[in-house]
Ligand binder design. Sequence first.
Ligand code: F6P
Length: 545
Amino acid sequence: MQDLTDRKEWQRLATHHRDIASSHMREWFDTDHTRSSCFSIQAGEILLDYSRNRITQETLQNLIGLATAIDLKKHIEALFTGQPVNTSENRPALHTALRDPSASLALNHGQDIPGMIAAARKQQAAFVQRIHSGEWKGVTGKPIQHIVNLGIGGSHLGPLTCIQALKDFAITHLQCHFISCVDSTHFNEVLQQIDPETSLFIVSSKSFTTLETLTNAQAMMASMKQTFGEQAIQHHFVAVTAAPDKAQAFGLPKENIFPLWEWVGGRYSIWSAVGLSVMLMIGVKHFDAFLQGAYEMDQHFRHADFSHNMPVIMALLGIWYTNFFGANAHVIAPYSQRLRHLIAYLQQAEMESNGKHVHHTPIKEDYMTGSVIFGEAGCNAQHTYHQLLHQGKHVIPVDFILIGQSQNKQDDILLASALSQAQALMRGKTYDEAYHAFLAAQCSTDEAARLARHSVIPGNRPSNILLLNRITPHNLGALIALYEHKIFVQGVIWGVNSFDQWGVELGKQLLPHILKNLDSQQASSMMDANMSHIINHIKSTRNEI
Ligand code: F6P
């Protein structure tokens, strides 16, 4: 296989980059009033306006040329048809099957995948019905009022993001809480907010080996058993896992276990029973709409021509900036409090998927992969890091995620703020503009010249506008699927496996030994001297308390 950077399509992009790197977007906007409509894509209820990018039609053609040369179409089909796209673990990544109502997937290694999905969905729906109707009761006979999701990473961020985003679609008075990290303060805070007699704990862990989740689950189970006896477990704990044997060995009754499968990646699992807390909050019908939105985005991704394919275009723009402009970060800017957890969700989705340097095949590693994802909801970002976006030396593309429907004046201010930021990033402010503005504000010529220097804003900073009319289960499903596919395309181009996460393993392996040393009364042993130094220091400060 040819190295990516040796491909003629890559070289063509490098030459093209040299040709247009000094062009300013403001000139393109001033001379072409159709730019916004030319560089827009509508997919379902989502509009992508990507006109504020440092691209011309030729850039697009070159980027699409690269995607075509690496046979992206074939890779997309491999994803949808259950080929082992997770090459290091030799598994398919079938999150798309979880939202495919036509259940057209062929039997995979003898497994009736659509049948398994349908059975699991039925089990979830029946459970939700029992909780909503009050038929399922706590150990003292009271109906459930609190849901506590115990999970981390993909087993936490999906439910957290969706429940916050879809608050307006909640159909119950259930209250949902989350415990993810091991942190006794957070654990105790949640304990204070719930009533154990009316609480249901969902232990969500694909592997059922995750230390944080198991530690929290164990502590919660111990506390419940101590108060209500052994039978509390059956009434108050359910599990979502791909390792039912481990969950049972942990003490969870078999009938309280909801399945997940190896062929669903943890950070792609919100569509499965990992979304149980979401289904409990918004109900089965809305959850179906959430799946339907994702399904429609899947169809768009699978069938739309690359030039009108939203995930493909977003992915290619990311490649353009990362590999040709040297950008190494990307901002997610949802101008909506409801979408605030989407930032962390996409942080895991993108960084755990593509934060890799190991390629499918041994190739030259002479290009960057992955992006640092960060962000903040709404105007808060403008008052924290936007200064650097406007005048710093980094090129950091931004995805502005906007909700068109406005309830009142405040929402219009929010929308206008986002649009102003996108415009300011694109246009910037020249020295002359700044100078004349200061003169108009009655500054002396000397003062105007001095201040103008500081207020020059280079502009030419890229951003996308993603516009949703409303946040609905359907649109949220489509939005999340859009990013999943964007990530997949980038992984394909970079030649990394977006579906493993070996990088997080080493820290997990080191932990037990460090924990043992931290817990022991003696001075730490068998550690390297520098680690012993900090551990002994921690212990000495503890002794002082
Ligand atoms: O961060 C590593 C990871 O394996 C993620 O991929 C996953 O979402 C998270 O830990 C939780 O894993 P599990 O669902 O197996 O507890």
